[in-house]
Design a binder for this molecule. Structure first.
Ligand code: NAD
Length: 438
């Protein structure tokens, strides 16, 4: 179901008319492609307050050319190091740094604010650092033009390199208004070809025959992974076709089978590096009209099977040290959605699973556990939504458009990167900064 409004506002008369009527102005987003893999302009580094971060060598490797004089031109990215903000006085440095340059940031440009973890022993520092969150989210809502604004909390610039590379690239086109903690012990990062960070790794994606899962499989394969495309028997043909195209294998399996984890383990005697729990279903009804079967089928696919297979693959040792688990939540699990008590419960359950398991899985197995929480993504699932609700879903976010499956896939690929070991227990929304659950 193409977004005709987005196409219309891409034309000169469409732009004129929608501007005159005060209607949303979605910009054509710059997404990654082999022809245009990087942002189109320099990176402007700024600082607010004193900083102890050794940022320069990391920024030099993240993509855009660093140019401290870029404020006078049109920076495609701005990185504001605000880790030294400790009180309301030093917080003023955030305004002082960004106010003069925010107007000149290029369309589809990036602003990344760097913050420090909140210090429980210092309520002035905590207030000032928490203030960065409200600042980031507010700027994301007003900046427009396909630009994004995100906050990364970190203590070690090197451990955040993969995260900065992602946020400062076209791969993060639909990720805005997010607060990402990069605070876990990173562990050793094996040297990797930056173009193929997953080379030599095996990734399994559930529900990968179509939609978001297929895009995840394609993106992980692009990054060098050998992919296993898992889907139900009814989707076996699509799964096989995709696996053949990607040089991977298809695994026909209903993920709700009690022994699904054991069957995956048997299929992968050499082990698994990346496990993406993507399979998901909706069976919408208001609670008052919802039979128990609609409740249990959604909870079983979206949550119980994720818990079961994760437990089995960790217990069997199939997930190797350095492994990555990426589960799929949803903004419906954060904000709630009428008609989706079952789905909202299942996706909120994913958030609980990630937060609880992440520290233990890293300590005991060397495996990180994170979630992506898609907003409105253009797939068969959302094409089935009634017209007016679909239009509202598309427009009610800071970028005023739906995301594409590849946006979720790129976010998954960043979390799956061997260099992302310091990103653990995070729930990253891929929602264009949706107003729901903001
Ligand atoms: P989709 O319906 O297009 O694809 C889901 C895939 O999962 C299908 O190939 C299906 O056969 C497979 N699947 C379903 N049950 C399965 C089972 N028991 N075992 C194995 N495979 C099974 O959905 P999508 O839009 O691509 O969504 C993918 C994920 O993203 C889901 O978890 C969904 O809840 C989540 N999500 C989607 C959106 C969106 O806007 N599309 C928003 C938020 C979250």
């Amino acid at each position: 179901m193409p977004d005709r409004y987005l196409s219309f506002t891409g034309t000169a008369p469409g732009r004129f008319l929608t501007r005159r009527l005060g209607l949303p102005q979605p910009a054509a987003l710059h997404r990654w492609s082999p022809d245009r893999p990087a942002l189109d302009g320099p990176l402007l580094p700024l600082t607010a307050g004193p900083s102890a971060l050794d940022l320069a060598p990391v920024l030099a490797r993240t993509g855009p050319a660093v140019d401290p004089a870029a404020g006078a031109a049109r920076p495609a990215a701005v990185v504001l190091d605000a880790t030294g903000v400790r009180d309301v006085d030093t917080l003023a440095g955030v305004h002082a740094a960004l106010h003069p340059v925010v107007r000149s940031v290029a369309p589809s440009g990036r602003i990344v604010v760097l913050g420090a973890p909140l210090d429980p022993a210092d309520h002035h520092q905590s207030a000032a650092q928490q203030a960065l969150e409200g600042f980031t989210r507010s700027l994301g809502k007003e900046i427009g033009g396909g630009r994004t604004v995100n906050l990364v909390r970190l203590t070690d610039a090197g451990a955040a390199e993969s995260t900065l590379r992602f946020l400062l690239s076209p791969r993060s086109a639909y990720v805005s208004g997010q607060v990402i903690d990069v605070l876990a012990a990173a562990g050793p990062v094996p040297p990797a070809d930056p173009g193929r960070p997953l080379a030599g790794r095996t990734a399994l994606v559930t529900g990968a025959a179509r939609g978001i899962g297929a895009a995840v499989a394609e993106t992980l394969a692009r990054d060098g992974a050998r992919v296993v495309v898992l889907d139900v028997p009814q989707a076996a043909q699509d799964a096989r076709r995709l696996a053949d195209r990607l040089g991977g294998t298809a695994l026909t399996l209903d993920i709700t089978a009690a022994d699904a984890g054991e069957r995956i383990a048997a299929e992968l005697p050499g082990g698994l590096d990346v496990l993406v729990h993507n399979a998901g279903v909706t069976r919408d009804r208001r609670l008052v009209n919802m039979p128990a079967e609609r409740w249990s089928s959604v909870l079983d696919v979206n949550l119980a099977s994720v818990l079961r297979t994760t437990d089995a693959l960790l217990a069997e040792g199939t997930l190797r040290p350095g492994g990555r688990i990426v589960a799929t939540a949803s903004i419906a699990g954060l904000a709630g959605n009428a008609g989706q008590t079952n789905y909202g419960a299942s996706k909120a359950g994913i958030v609980g699973l990630v937060r609880s398991l992440a520290p233990r899985a890293l300590a005991e197995h060397g495996v990180t556990v994170n979630a992506v929480a898609p907003g409105f993504i253009e797939t068969r699932m959302t094409a089935a939504v009634p017209l007016f609700i679909r239009e509202a879903g598309r427009r009610m976010n800071s970028l005023a458009q739906g995301g594409l499956p590849v946006d979720v896939a790129e976010t998954t690929a960043w979390l799956a990167d061997p260099a992302s070991g310091a990103v653990n227990g995070q729930v990253v929304r891929v929602c264009g900064q949706s107003l729901l659950g903001a």
